[in-house]
Design a protein around this ligand. Sequence first.
Ligand code: ADP
Ligand code: MG
Length: 678
Amino acid sequence: MILEQNITQLPGVGPKMAKTLEKLHIHTIQDLIFHLPYRYQDRTRLVPIEALRIGDTAIVEARVVKKELSQGKRKYLTVWIKDGTGLMMLKFFNFNSGMLKTFDDDGLIRAFGEVKKGYPYLEMVHPEFKALHENIPVEERLTPIYPLTAGLTQKQIRSIMASAMKLITPDSFPSFVSQKYSLSEALHYLHNPPPDADLFQLSEGLHPWQKALALEEILAYQLALSRAREQESQKESIPIKLSFDAEKTLLSALPYKLTNAQNRVIAEIKEDLMQDKPMMRLVQGDVGSGKTIVATVALLHVAMMKQQAIMIAPTELLAEQHYLTISKLLTPLGISVTFLSGGLTAKEKRIRGEAIKNGEAQVIVGTHATFQESVEYSSLALVIVDEQHRFGVEQRLALQEKNQLQQPHFLMMTATPIPRTLAMIAYADLKHSIIDEKPANRIPITTTLVNHQKRDQLISRLALQCAEGVQAYWVCTLIESNETLTAQAAEESHHLLEESLPDLRIGLLHGKMKPKDKESIMQSFKNHELDVLVATTVIEVGVDVPNASIMIIENAERLGLFQLHQLRGRVGRGSKASFCLLMYEPPLSQVAQERLRILQQTEDGFVIAEKDLELRGTGEIIGTKQTGEVTFKVANIFQHKDIIEKAQKMVPKLLDNDEIVNGLIKRWLNHRTQFIHV
Ligand code: ADP
Ligand code: MG
């Protein structure tokens, strides 16, 4: 079928565009067609200036009255325009000489943008605009706005979408769920809604067509994961006999007692490990709730059975830290712990690979390098993935593919609390354990906003604190997702701090450094040979230095809510009062203000995760670190709660119908299914 062909079969899509579209998981023409708008604009009606309201997004047509360049430091262009009903202004902070010419006196302009309060008239800042030399009709349909990725514009995707839509016929897509509607019709409508469509309903995802598609999409996920679970349960695993003495020795060596929640989750895991079916479990526990020791107990029992276990971390830094923690705990019990990462030399990798193959290495801690194809295990019985929010559904399913005669037990750990509705769609293949209690000695973290102009005051306070033995993180945030630029910014901050704080020992850590250097810096910070660690967000995940009690984040407004929560979670780990100082550069957007306010109000990761998802919406920016691993095309875990529940009830009835299951999975999560053997 033409729709299943590669996207390059469409006119105007070359190899370069195909590569760009791949980032949005679009490979075939059908994938493109199921890439739906996440919002719409109404450009079908001209609005008289008099009828504009602040906050409207509207299209106006008016004549240029005059234009003016401001004389201040920051030059900007103001254009006054007028229609039969009133006057308004257009403002441009970036402009070129071509634009100046466009705004000829008395020229007719059509402008589209958000209406803001200006002085003395309403204004649009950086509207889209066009000079009209003749009468061009307005759009006939609502304008779709698609999720994009770098290298792709709305105009481009609209144009290729138009050629793709020409290929669908009324029976291109059988309706698996309900015979009441035609999928082709729904798709036509959603890519190009008529002018009388209910814009509000559409932008809330509540149009009947959207709901019908959402039901299909949610079902596809649930069915795929149910299948995965079904397949898992048919596989065999090595039942682990528990080593109570060794566990006792391990726990009694700890400087603390486990919390009740930790004990409960450990018991749940041990119960699973004893079975001859693979464990499939997800442990959720907020930052600092003590997940590492829970994992270590599982590793211990497997290693004591002379089986192998791996622990995978999302970054080298975290992997190294886990290696240090875990080997310190397990080596005294006679267990050999090995570190493996992509950063090792080929020779080191070979030596360690050898030890893994012949079974000498019992516990292997590392990055994703641990499950690359070249690594062979002698008898792998347990896989633990830490901070799973960095591991997508894809990776999770791929891990299960590392197929052995025996299927390893499987444990995931995450600090990201997963809303129940999301869990029902995206984690339906896992049993859940929750560490809902923090170690008792923790003191709440005080979170404060600091205008970046008060940087000097902040630095002198930092000096006083460090003189008293406190350690601090100073985090530089990502600049336009560019790691090189961000590393430079960190170097600069490091330099400035060294100059203003000559008595302090200040270290630097960023993603562009060699793994060895990162490791040694981290180690010196841990040993308190450094007072301040200037770092990029590489330290975001899992880093654990209990004596560090101050977290300073530059340009906190650039980060997402949950990322900030993760960073803040680096402090408040010891028994000292901790502080998190969020530096920002005004003016803050409304969403940024809201994010920072929520952080000040709560330390509860669950609340923060829910708010985070709400503020971001789903699907807005795909493919960035912020988005987490699950992006739906139409489904929205907030707006479609009832549909999620409905789908949940339908799953058992559909599960045995191969045609429907395969059809839905192929339609909605094609790029993910290569990992599921349907
Ligand atoms: P996370 O859940 O964020 O991975 P970690 O496992 O890194 O948390 O633990 C955070 C810190 O708390 C570590 O320094 C760890 O030694 C300590 N810790 C873990 N469990 C307890 C406990 N029950 N009581 C006191 N401290 C604990
Ligand atoms: Mg952790």
